[in-house]
Design a protein around this ligand. Structure first.
Ligand SMILES: NC(=O)c1ccc[n+]([C@@H]2O[C@H](COP(=O)([O-])OP(=O)(O)OC[C@H]3O[C@@H](n4cnc5c(N)ncnc54)[C@H](OP(=O)(O)O)[C@@H]3O)[C@@H](O)[C@H]2O)c1
Length: 301
């Protein structure tokens, strides 16, 4: 299969080209020094001829606010248009974990714009949200090295240190669950609900349980239901307390069943099949029973 790697000479792109070739694919690196410029469109038509998949791991030469937005908008539009004309069957884009949570950052805003273009293109796509590559550790440490030779790293911890502890546990749970009998991945509502429940359990804060339930109930009332949460690829911020209280409810019903429910998904069942097997309940019954548990009668999805 011919796979064109836009940005195939860069940090991630060059590794990808090697991997693809090792797996027997025809990998074509496309970048200015192989004669392809996604900003001007130069060379795109030729390189895409006969390509089945395009992986776009190009990057803007400038990270300044306007140029970076201009790069991802123009380059992505050109690539997608050329893919459409060439009959490419799948587009793979790379983005960053949490782009949607930091839209004030110019680079993230540009990546969000890129993601939107890909979603609207009509070409089947996959979007990979990666964390920082390890190769960034060196430059990051260099930038944070002061005249005294020490590396000073600052992070925003928020006023309450327990909030930071909560986040640490939450993210660690994701790491564990991701690797536990990996893959497949859990649906977002299970993944986030479990991470929140364990973080609340390990970093106990007075009144948090009540607050979470109140926030979940208020949101469910405001949005007249769960807002499609059970099928969402990534749940919205307002749905986190709902996912947490739903997870806590399922665990309260039967801890062993919850473990088996997660294992069932990891072994390849859909979450609904796993729910049916472990809890003997279809999704609407789960939603109704959960609603009752937080005094919301007749809750619907
Ligand atoms: N680095 C991270 O930690 C990280 C984390 C998550 C996601 N990502 C994403 O991963 C992608 C790749 O990052 P990277 O660190 O591998 O980037 P990189 O090393 O800077 O490589 C960028 C690639 O894009 C090519 N390129 C630049 N301008 C181009 C143009 N006009 N037309 C075609 N190709 C062009 C470069 O070609 P030349 O070498 O010829 O200039 C190079 O091959 C980015 O979209 C980034 O947002 C990165």
């Amino acid at each position: 299969m011919k796979v064109v790697v836009i940005g195939g000479t860069g940090l991630i792109g060059s590794k990808l080209v090697v991997e693809l070739r090792e797996r027997g694919h025809e990998a074509a690196p496309a970048a200015p020094n192989t004669g392809v410029n996604s900003l001007t469109g130069e060379g795109l038509e030729d390189v895409l001829e006969g390509a089945t998949v395009v992986v776009d791991v190009s990057n803007s030469p400038s990270f300044a606010d306007e140029p970076v937005m201009e790069f991802f908008r123009t380059s992505t539009s050109n690539v997608l248009q050329a893919e459409d004309a060439a009959g490419v069957r799948h587009h793979v884009g790379i983005s960053i974990v949490g782009t949607e949570r930091l839209p004030d950052n110019a680079y993230f805003a540009a990546k969000i714009a890129q993601e939107e273009l890909i979603k609207a293109s009509g070409i089947p796509y996959s979007l990979v949200h990666a964390t920082q590559f390890f190769e960034f550790v060196g430059p990051t440490a260099d930038e944070a090295t002061w005249d005294d030779g020490k590396v000073h790293i600052a992070f925003y911890r928020q006023a309450d240190p327990l909030t930071f502890a909560h986040v640490l546990v939450h993210e660690s749970v994701h790491g564990f669950v991701h690797r536990f009998r990996a893959p497949p991945s859990l649906p977002s509502w299970v993944n986030e609900g479990l991470a929140e429940t364990i973080a609340s359990e390990l970093v106990p804060r007075a009144a948090r349980a009540n607050e979470t339930t109140n926030r979940a109930r208020a949101s469910l009332q405001q949005y007249s239901g769960m807002g499609g949460m059970l099928d969402a690829r990534q749940i919205s911020p307002w749905q986190y307390p709902v996912a947490e209280t739903l997870c806590a409810f399922m665990i309260r019903q039967n801890k062993r069943n919850y473990v088996d429910f997660v294992v069932g998904i990891k072994e390849g069942l859909t979450w609904e099949e796993s729910l049916e097997q472990r809890y003997k309940a279809p999704r609407d019954r789960l939603v109704r029973a959960y609603g009752e548990s937080i005094n919301l009668h007749g809750l619907k999805e």
